[in-house]
Design a protein around this ligand. Structure first.
Ligand SMILES: [Zn+2]
Length: 321
């Protein structure tokens, strides 16, 4: 009997369980051109996401609302010249714009809420008055990544001339030499190394006290994801890795990464930590790791929150045992 290749995959796609996934906007990338942005701006159904760095502007008062009319956006100081067209929700265009840090607003009517805070609350079942739907978080991640890309790519990389936005924000064109640039996503490999019934986790000094997580690092040019996993663990922990299995991915808009989550098979066990990167790095038994996931560890150690792909990787390995 022929075995279906896809039978080996988990019944629920793991990437759907992480924060910033589930973006429901219709990007219409094939039909996006210079006129669609103008048409979107003139559409009475247009709604605008407003971002201030890593924060989303939200209406205060528990309405969970991160969308504004064009008139409201302008009143809040949106920089509409640099706005981008994200896509459509049904027939309603969605645009994202930056609100400057110096912009003042009525703090009783509006909040600027960190995207990490929104994602953590949305996926933990936590009660936060400014929590948004998972699909909206995905759109906010798309907005944050694109707005950042434009902010750091204002000039042509070949001749240095100021470039102009095209296709509603999905391209920049150089008026001098004609170079076209498209938004980039930076691939980051994040991995849980495992040795039988124990896994390798480390902590950076910037982590919350007691938090341990997967190791991670940028995939370098000319490198496969698997090779990046093996190199990162070797560099950060001195552990040699054999087989590598992809598990899930996560849009990570800080500022514009795609986290590629893998489980990695350790073939050596003596840890030689990179003390520049890591404050601590050690093996954890499956039972100890389970207690950390359940926030029931005797020493108060914990993993990142549910919205983080590190949590997804750690939980997948714990539950597989
Ligand atoms: Zn140029």
């Amino acid at each position: 009997m022929t075995r279906n290749f896809f039978d080996r995959l988990p019944p629920v796609e793991p990437s759907t369980t992480v924060g910033f996934s589930g973006n429901s906007l219709d990007r219409r990338s094939e039909g996006r051109n210079e006129s669609t942005y103008a048409a979107a701006l003139a559409d009475p159904n247009l709604r605008v996401f407003l971002l201030r760095g890593d924060e989303a502007m939200m209406r205060a008062g528990g309405t969970s609302e991160s969308l504004f009319s064009l008139k409201e956006a302008k009143a809040l100081g949106a920089l509409m010249d640099d706005a981008i067209l994200l896509g459509w929700e049904g027939s309603s265009p969605r645009i994202a714009a930056i609100v400057g840090n110096e912009t003042s607003f009525d703090v009783d009517a509006f909040h600027a809420v960190p995207l990490r805070t929104l994602a953590t609350a949305a996926y933990s079942g936590g009660i936060l008055s400014d929590t948004v739907e998972p699909g909206t978080l995905g759109a906010l991640a798309q907005a944050r990544a694109l707005l950042h890309w434009h902010a750091v790519n204002r000039h042509c990389g070949r001749c240095g001339t100021r470039s102009t936005m095209a296709q509603g924000g999905y391209r920049r064109d150089c008026p001098n030499c004609g170079l076209q640039k498209f938004p980039r996503t930076d691939p980051v490999a994040i991995m849980l190394a495992v040795d039988g019934d124990r896994c390798l986790m480390g902590r950076q000094a910037r982590f919350a006290p007691g938090t341990y997580s997967c190791l991670a690092g940028f995939v370098e040019p000319g490198e496969t994801i698997e090779d990046a996993v093996r190199r990162e663990i070797q560099e950060e922990a001195g552990i040699k890795i054999g087989r590598v299995a992809y598990h899930a991915s996560q849009p990570w808009p800080f500022p514009m990464s795609l986290m590629i989550g893998c489980i990695a098979e350790a073939i050596s066990t003596d840890i030689v930590p990179d003390t520049e990167e890591l404050e601590d790095c050690r093996w954890f038994s499956r039972d100890e790791t389970r207690a950390m996931l359940d926030e029931d560890h005797t020493d108060g150690l914990s993993t990142p929150p549910r919205m983080a792909i590190a949590h997804t990787l750690i939980r997948a390995w714990v539950e597989a045992g």
